[in-house]
Design a protein. Structure first.
Length: 339
């Protein structure tokens, strides 16, 4: 819609999401109820708030949950309550569809507005990283790096050393998604529990194969008998002068497979000239498993992007206390790919 593009470009300028990517996020998922609220002035769109209602699960229980993405209010119409009205309209629609909550992953600009509306601040998801090749990564481009990893060659070499992996697993990059991934996701949830979007085969196809603006690489790990043991999804991009490989999502049956996939990702990243591997997760058990696989939790004092999560619960629903803490949720880059 031209009116929506006008608002997005006025709000974000050159950083506005490309039209095909915006439409894919907002309307493309076949296993979600999608749409958006708009605010108008004199028949002109001046504000927009997309929302997707996904199926979630936590253990054996299933729920509906709304996710807000890409809110924008034209700069000429701010401070008039449009942001609040858009969000509240989305909430009312979510409650009408029996959703248990509405959540979002705001940036620095929109986060204060959600907190003012009474959203619960779950905190920052955990940013993890591992240097692959020091290359251009230095004091000039990333001045905090020396404080982060230390300046001794011994610490640097320890960081770059591969972790132990499973030798009885075969790894191969695949062009598609195996139907087995849905069953593996259920097993993964027993190893790393928490409230999460239902990662069905249909969701995997939409999320990684139909994405219009970014190429995702899918790595499968299989046992000698051919059973699917793990799937890792990654992509890469430039942050200034440094190329970064991102672990976007991961499903495994055990931690040994996780280490094997992460080690292969680091090897591929090095071969492609990446300087680091990075990922963002909410689950503390998953973060600790990734640390054992060779990644580091980036300290909060490092001046880098923050990955916030906030939520509002439907007062008509009884929700577990665990959902009011970040560790009660399972979120990765796959939930909202704001790299």
């Amino acid at each position: 819609m031209p009116g929506v593009r006008r608002v997005l470009e006025a709000t974000y300028g050159g950083d506005a999401t490309p039209p095909e990517l915006y439409d894919w996020w907002s309307f493309g998922c076949p296993c979600a109820s999608s749409g958006f609220m708009v605010a108008e002035s004199n028949d002109t769109i001046v504000g927009v708030q997309p929302m997707e209602i996904f199926q979630y699960h936590d253990g054996q229980q299933s729920f509906k949950g709304g996710m807000l993405t890409g809110v924008a209010v034209h700069p000429e119409f701010r401070r008039r309550g449009i942001f609040s009205a858009l969000v509240e309209a989305c909430e009312q629609e979510a409650w009408r569809q029996k959703a248990s909550f509405v959540s979002t992953m705001p940036n620095e600009r929109s986060r204060p507005g959600f907190l003012k509306l009474g959203y619960i601040d779950l905190g920052c998801r955990h940013l993890l990283a591992r240097p692959i090749s020091l290359g251009n990564v230095g004091a000039r481009s990333l001045p905090w790096l020396g404080r982060f990893i230390g300046n001794t060659a011994e610490r640097i070499q320890k960081a770059l050393k591969p972790t132990s992996t499973a030798t009885d697993l075969s790894l191969a990059e695949t062009p598609g998604v195996s139907p087995e991934v849905a069953d593996l996701a259920i097993r993964h949830a027993t190893v790393f529990p928490g409230l999460r979007i239902k990662r069905s085969t249909e969701w995997w196809h939409w999320r990684f194969l139909a994405a219009p603006a970014r190429r995702y690489r899918i790595l499968e790990a299989r046992t000698a008998a051919g059973e699917l043991a793990g799937v890792g999804v990654y992509t890469s991009g430039w942050r200034g002068r440094n190329k970064v490989s991102y672990l976007v999502d991961l499903v495994v049956g055990d931690e040994r497979t996780l280490r094997t996939i992460v080690n292969r990702l680091c090897s591929d990243a090095a071969a492609e000239g990446s300087h680091a591997v990075a990922t963002v997760v909410s689950s503390i058990p998953l973060a600790h498993a990734l640390v054992r696989a060779g990644l580091w939790i980036v300290p909060t004092w490092v001046p880098t992007k923050r990955f916030y999560s906030v939520v509002r619960f439907n007062l008509a629903c009884n929700v577990p206390q665990s959902w009011q803490r970040l560790n009660g949720w399972y979120q990765t880059f796959a939930d909202w790919d704001n790299l």
